[in-house]
Design a protein around this ligand. Sequence first.
Ligand code: CTP
Ligand code: CA
Length: 223
Amino acid sequence: ENHFSEDLPLKGKKILITAGPTYEAIDPVRFIGNHSSGKMGYAIARTAAELGAEVILISGPTNLGLDHKSVELIRVTSTHEMFVAANSYFEDTDVFIGAAAVADYRPKFVADKKIKKSGDSLSLELTKTEDILASLGEMKRNQKLIGFALETNNEEENARKKLKRKNLDFIVLNSLQDKGAGFKSETNKISIIYPDKKKDFDLKPKKEVALDILNEIIELLNA
Ligand code: CTP
Ligand code: CA
């Protein structure tokens, strides 16, 4: 807290962020998940709070915590829980940032007892999860909506399709090309893609990447 707080660029803004992976239960002791650490989403949440925003961080299972008076941390496990939480806060928010690595499919049936080993193979039937960002894209009024994409091929084209399909204001494309970028690392290399332009950023610590992303959001809010 300092005496410049009145001048903080996100003062009075409400920012809703999803972070981390989601886990989809198979039985009482097993799940389908992914390697997302949550670091990028948590870095954005902390930095947004430091810039004066009121932040609600909806987090899937991670080892991280975030202790800041302007951050409310809501922990969820499954995509459905994340979807319900995101929907319940969306109307009252200025900016939504979907930084979570959301599962695309979940087991169609969750066994109520631990599945016993039997036979040489096992098939799991999967069914699609809710697309949180796409559904908020359909509901959005004045909110700014930001997504992430990690692509291994046709990066820009695929990211642009998501930008359009999910009705986003911009999408952050994570580059896999560079060593040190991505899921578990402390650094990230991004491009920010708008409907009509693209900005490329250098490989840098996630804290600084978070600031780059929030600076774009501040520009959008002031436009
Ligand atoms: N996302 C979401 N809900 C989902 C899947 C994705 O909110 N069920 C969000 C992510 O948080 C991310 C963006 O959508 O901000 C793009 O996620 P990504 O996995 O790249 O896109 P998908 O639409 O799932 O397409 P695909 O995995 O086939 O590339
Ligand atoms: Ca996906």
